[in-house]
Design a protein. Sequence first.
Length: 122
Amino acid sequence: AENPGKRIWLLQRSKGKVGEKLGKTTGWAHRLGLKARNVQMWNEVEYRRIDNEGLHITVKGKEQCLQVDHVIICAGQEPLRELLAPLETMGIPVQLIGGAKEAGELDAKRAIAEGWEVATGL
């Protein structure tokens, strides 16, 4: 269900469509569901930093800052946890999901399901 007043961005580093590495039908179905919920899907994103202003990113060469209350990171198939300690030090609750939680034999469907569970609990 939609959450009035909340905006959701799904960001990825790579150039292709969001979810294009999933099966054709699976990727299409997930993108359709996300679009129906007004999720903004951006590719070619470089993550810069998180601070009190928000999530600083560069999208296709253009710097931006997304004003966010929550950040969910699902980044690749290696557990990248550089932000974990700084966020916890700032008292920001952190939940690891997908490859950040367990990279071995990463299952994209599992990572998506874990992201969905966290997002719907916000």
